[in-house]
Design a protein around this ligand. Structure first.
Ligand SMILES: Cc1cc2nc3c(=O)[nH]c(=O)nc-3n(C[C@H](O)[C@H](O)[C@H](O)COP(=O)(O)OP(=O)(O)OC[C@H]3O[C@@H](n4cnc5c(N)ncnc54)[C@H](O)[C@@H]3O)c2cc1C
Length: 276
């Protein structure tokens, strides 16, 4: 994709890990297809994951009670965010596609990656109450989660001990990626990576490279658009006519907005599985 830029954000400590191999495979596949590839190797960068007053330069608006979102919004408007945040925001701005590569920790992202999101996706830059979800600042960009797990896919099934992977994915894919406007592509999941034979892992890397060759053409997962909801004064609940139109369906519209109906199967895994 000549002219397109990808950013890979990697959260793994070890260069001989499978996550690092996934990052390397992605970078080389995309480059072969003409993408410019930027990287943020968070452990190697020793990226600071903890929010603090040092995230702005200059004087705080209300030093007696530092409200992080309000202070960083003002600092973003005035170009006073800390340098390491600005560097990462520049990469996000340049990226058409962002790949988050990480091992699943405690059913979510590693703290370091969560900290990157908390510090880099500041108010104003990544969201506002006027620009969020389908109207979010990143609505022209695509993003995907690529992660490995310790345990098997059966443990993440609807009857598995960990519970439905769609439920685990919802806060990450909806609450972070969809919220900021990204078109969310199907996640790349390697279950129980340490228990796969070596040849199997080599094949997974090849398949990942192959998928990336045409990644830009993929259809995103479906989420309800912002227009389907009332505004701030209406409490941001689903509009009555939208709810009525969806009430005859076999499944609820999304994992989160299920309207007390059965969850739409695999709607967080595959774009064609959505009931919308
Ligand atoms: C704090 C913490 C919390 C966790 N929470 C969860 C959780 O909630 N749910 C869950 O399921 N798991 C959890 N885990 C497990 C974790 O998700 C897995 O350990 C992780 O996904 C494994 O990925 P890795 O890259 O570290 O694998 P590695 O152990 O680095 O790699 C797996 C295998 O791949 C091999 N490999 C490396 N490079 C290549 C290559 N190029 N080609 C072929 N093979 C290669 C390695 O040598 C190794 O044998 C947790 C782990 C920790 C530490």
């Amino acid at each position: 994709m000549p002219g397109k830029t990808a950013l890979i954000v990697l959260a793994h400590q070890e260069q001989n890990s499978f996550n690092y191999a996934m990052k390397e495979a992605a970078a080389s596949s995309l480059k072969r297809k003409g993408w410019r590839v930027l990287e943020s190797d968070l452990y190697m960068m020793r990226f600071k994951a903890v929010l603090s007053r040092d995230d702005i330069t200059g004087k705080a608006r209300v030093p007696s009670h530092f409200r992080y979102a309000a202070e960083t919004l003002q600092a973003w408007k005035e170009g006073r965010l800390a340098k390491d945040i600005l560097v990462e925001q520049k990469k996000v701005e340049r990226a058409d596609l962002i790949i988050f590569q990480f091992p699943l920790y405690w059913s979510g992202m590693p703290a370091l990656l969560k900290g990157w999101i908390e510090r880099v996706f500041t108010r104003g830059f990544a969201y506002s109450f006027q620009a969020m979800y389908s109207e979010g600042p990143f609505k022209k960009k695509k993003a995907l989660l690529s992660f490995t797990t310790g345990v098997s896919s059966s443990m993440f099934s609807t009857s598995g001990l960990n519970g439905d992977i769609n439920v685990i994915l919802w806060p990450l894919q909806n609450g972070i990626l969809n919220f900021t406007g990204f078109q969310v592509l199907e996640p790349q999941i390697v279950y129980a990576v340490a228990h796969i034979p070596q040849e199997g892992r080599a094949q997974i890397l090849k398949n990942w490279e192959k998928r990336l060759e045409t990644i830009w053409d993929e259809k995103p997962l479906k989420f309800l658009p912002l227009q389907d909801f009332e505004d701030f004064t209406g409490g941001f609940v689903m509009k009555k006519d939208v709810e009525e139109a969806l009430s005859d369906s076999k499944y609820g519209p999304t994992v989160g907005q299920h309207l007390r109906m059965p969850l739409p199967p695999d709607s967080q895994l595959r774009s064609e599985c959505s009931q919308l």
